[in-house]
Design a protein around this ligand. Structure first.
Ligand SMILES: Nc1ncnc2c1ncn2[C@@H]1O[C@H](COP(=O)(O)OP(=O)(O)O)[C@@H](O)[C@H]1O
Ligand SMILES: O=P(O)(O)OC[C@H](O)CO
Length: 505
């Protein structure tokens, strides 16, 4: 009898497969990192073939380590880095270009030109909930069609398919060029700039503005239903593929944020806070995105406000890989502990411009407040604090947009292992920060979506019952100090703006 659910988490830095049991606990994991390709300043790509190879491998690893076979798996859920655009040939199964990653800024001109058609950055906002920015998939697809030899002709003949990495993985898992299904879910579709938020259907006018043929777009299904089955001869032959959720929405689901006003913040490569706003979309006036939270089968769509921060954990990686100040990410905590405070240094990591709440593509990173007093310990602290300050800005925007005064924040993701950061986060927010026992909430959310679709779990109540608190950090900073530090952070942000112009490459 099949007693387990398998989740595949196709993330920005790695692909993971995790086997969960009925209590929502991790049985085994397989994980492989993939190459980050930086062909030019501001460009970030992934090899979609490598991602698919790694997907197969991590599933094999997780099953072998758990001493299980595909027969023990009741359903598979997929969760993924969102916005990252893959365009591939439906006959050969080959991508026509590397996947263009969500952090990539090459589409700035495309976004500006679309805005110039009328309406500026908010041209499509009331329909899709998003400002025109380099972050989203639609303009990335346009870039590929405009720049890859022969791509536009092929696309117009109906030979090319587009998807975020969820659609790429599902298409390959269910047969690829040999009958693979081309589907996505509303959480992923809501990150393309091409989906009407109210009807969950593709917007043909926006697709036409971007020159994207409708035949390239995947079918939008719900986040929890049986889309198809694992291909014969694959890793999970005949097993239902039954859940798709963008990774941040999956974490929101896995954290049991089912009530209006529930929020979670995930600390990974970037940081993403989502607030459940119920069954009507709320348009932000404060720099947040309106997005689909989840749609379970035929049930009403649940929407969310999202504060997306492009650089948080990746700043720690940068300290490790580009500066060599630490040799592993967790080491930053030891380095930060060599000093009492940031020594006056503030690090605004606007490496991909600034996302929420600013949406300023012309910003670039800045380390300010430097004196000869500042040493590498202070810089380590400034790196950690940058994540906490950016999160505070997002929380303020959420409070302003929704009227909800968040009294606590559920957190997850790789960085929440860092106690220094979590304490500083509680201090700067002025509300408790709570980490759950299962910190892999992204994969867990996708597992729940799949398990609910096949009746392995009954629904949201099972998710709530399985959720358990691991640790909470309560604020200990006084108000005056909190205000002083936050004011300096805001001042530091102003130093990053207006950096990119025609002369700056
Ligand atoms: N102890 C730590 N302190 C600070 N940052 C950390 C720590 N452990 C991991 N990270 C950062 O967390 C990120 C990995 O988190 P993860 O949730 O796996 O990311 P993703 O899902 O985006 O690939 C990396 O960017 C890494 O630098
Ligand atoms: O893969 P992650 O965890 O960095 O998440 C990426 C986000 O989905 C980008 O929007």
């Amino acid at each position: 009898m099949a007693d387990y659910v398998l989740a595949i988490d196709q993330g920005t830095t790695s692909t993971r497969a995790i086997v969960f049991d009925h209590s929502g606990l991790i049985v085994e994991t397989g994980q492989i990192e993939h190459e980050q390709i930086f062909p030019k300043a501001g460009w970030v790509e992934h090899d979609a073939n490598e991602i698919w190879r790694n997907t197969r491998e991590v599933v094999g690893l997780a099953l072998t380590r758990a001493n299980l076979t595909f027969r023990d798996i009741v359903a598979v859920g997929i969760t993924n880095q969102r916005e990252t655009a893959v365009v591939w040939d439906r006959t050969t199964g080959q991508p026509v270009y590397n996947a263009i990653v969500w952090q990539d800024t090459r589409t700035q001109k495309i976004a500006d030109d679309l805005g110039a058609l009328g309406g500026g950055a908010d041209r499509y906002k009331d329909k899709v909930g998003l400002p025109l920015a380099t972050y989203f998939s639609g303009p990335k697809v346009k870039w590929i069609l405009d720049n890859v030899d022969g791509a536009r002709e092929k696309a117009e003949r109906g030979d090319l398919l587009f998807g975020n990495t969820d659609a790429w993985v599902v298409w390959n898992m269910t047969g690829g060029a040999d009958g693979g299904i081309h589907v996505t879910d509303p959480t992923n579709a809501s990150r393309t700039m091409l989906m009407n938020l109210d009807t969950l259907s593709w917007n043909e006018e926006i697709a036409a503005d971007m020159g994207i043929p409708m035949s390239m777009l995947p079918e939008i299904r719900s986040s929890s239903e049986v889309y198809g089955h694992g291909r014969e001869g694959g890793m999970v032959p005949g097993v239902p593929i039954a859940g798709i959720l963008g990774d941040q929405q999956a974490a929101t689901f896995g954290q049991a944020c089912f009530e209006v006003g529930n929020a979670k913040n995930t600390y990974g490569t970037g940081n993403f806070m989502l607030l459940n706003t119920g069954t009507e979309p709320i348009l932000s006036k404060n720099g947040l995105l309106t997005t689909v939270g989840y749609k379970i089968g035929d049930q009403p769509t649940v929407y969310a406000l999202e504060g997306s921060i492009a650089v948080s954990g990746s700043l720690v990686q940068w300290l490790r890989d580009n500066l060599g100040l630490i040799s592993s990410a967790p080491e930053i905590e030891k380095l930060a502990a060599t000093v009492e405070d940031n020594g006056g240094a503030y690090f605004v990591p606007a490496f991909s411009g600034l996302f929420a709440p600013y949406w300023r593509s012309d910003a670039r990173g800045a380390l300010v407040g430097l004196t000869r007093y500042v040493n590498k310990g202070h810089i380590a602290r400034a790196v950690l604090e940058a994540t906490a300050f950016q999160t505070r800005e997002v929380l303020d925007a959420m409070n302003a947009d929704s009227g909800v005064d968040l009294t606590e924040l559920k957190v997850d993701g790789g960085m929440v292992a860092n106690e220094t950061l979590m304490q500083f986060q509680a201090d700067i927010l002025g509300v408790p920060v709570i980490r759950p026992k299962v910190a892999e909430t992204t994969a867990l959310g996708a597992a729940y979506a799949a398990g609910i679709a096949v009746g392995f779990w009954n629904g949201e109540q099972d998710v709530i019952d399985n959720w358990a608190e691991d640790k909470r950090w309560t604020p200990s900073m006084d108000d005056a100090e909190r205000d002083r530090q936050y004011r300096l952070w805001k001042k530091a942000v102003t130093k990053t703006l207006d950096w990119v112009d025609e002369d700056v490459k």
